[in-house]
Design a protein around this ligand. Structure first.
Ligand SMILES: C[S@@+](CC[C@H](N)C(=O)[O-])C[C@H]1O[C@@H](n2cnc3c(N)ncnc32)[C@H](O)[C@@H]1O
Length: 204
């Protein structure tokens, strides 16, 4: 479990962008989840790939570190475009809801505080008011929903952490009073994304 500040610091140090730090820790329970709940299972290529990449873990480590440092762990987090929800392991001590457009098997689905919605965001039943929204390499890249409606819904959140295209980030900047790039000095040469932006209407 990578939830505490010292575990996150260690994971950030160990993660070099080429091999997953998270996957060895969750592999057994994820494979069990796949065997129990997936019709097709994972093929060898997919499993091997997950040792290199199971989610944008560097981004999720930075977000969780920021949440801990700002004493925000009691606020529910919504992970938009969560894929398999492998990163839920970093939010096991919080109320975490993942939303995913594609049909997937989700990690930690049996935990009381971990929930998943198989749907497209924006979703009529999901209200982001008073919540932390995370959208890491999901919104801004796919054609599932109109940017205008998506941004409107995102702007209801207490805090938004987002990694996306420069165009999508620019649109979000117009909706919030404060924005900053999280840990710009953490950006490693090997990483694909340009870092996590944090948006809020309170000083951050
Ligand atoms: C590149 S993956 C990133 C997954 C994860 N956030 C991470 O950082 O590893 C993008 C995922 O977002 C999902 N996605 C994109 N737009 C979405 C939307 N509007 N609603 C729900 N899921 C969405 C896609 O189906 C895909 O599984």
């Amino acid at each position: 479990m990578i939830c505490k500040l010292q575990d996150l610091e260690q994971a950030i140090l160990n993660y070099n962008g080429t091999m997953s730090v998270l996957f060895p820790l969750i592999k057994d329970k994820f494979m069990e989840e796949i065997m129990t709940n997936s019709k097709s299972g994972l093929h060898d290529g997919e499993e091997n790939f997950m040792h290199e990449f199971c989610c944008f873990e560097d981004e999720y480590y930075s977000i969780k570190k920021d949440i801990i440092l700002n004493h925000l762990t009691t606020i529910p987090v919504i992970d938009i475009g969560c894929q398999f929800g492998l990163q839920s392991e970093i939010f096991l001590d919080m109320e975490y809801t993942g939303i995913e457009a594609m049909e997937k098997v989700f990690l930690n689905n049996s935990c009381d505080n971990i929930n998943y919605i198989s749907d497209i965001f924006p979703n009529k039943e999901m209200d982001l008011s008073g919540k932390i929204a995370m959208a890491i390499m999901s919104l801004g890249y796919f054609d599932y929903a109109e940017d205008l409606e998506t941004i409107q819904e995102l702007s209801k959140a207490e805090i938004v952490y987002c990694t996306s295209t420069p165009e999508f980030i620019a649109k979000l900047k117009n909706k919030f009073k404060f924005c900053k790039l999280l840990n710009p000095t953490n950006v490693k040469k090997t990483r694909i994304s340009s870092g996590v932006w944090k948006f809020s209407n309170h000083e951050i």
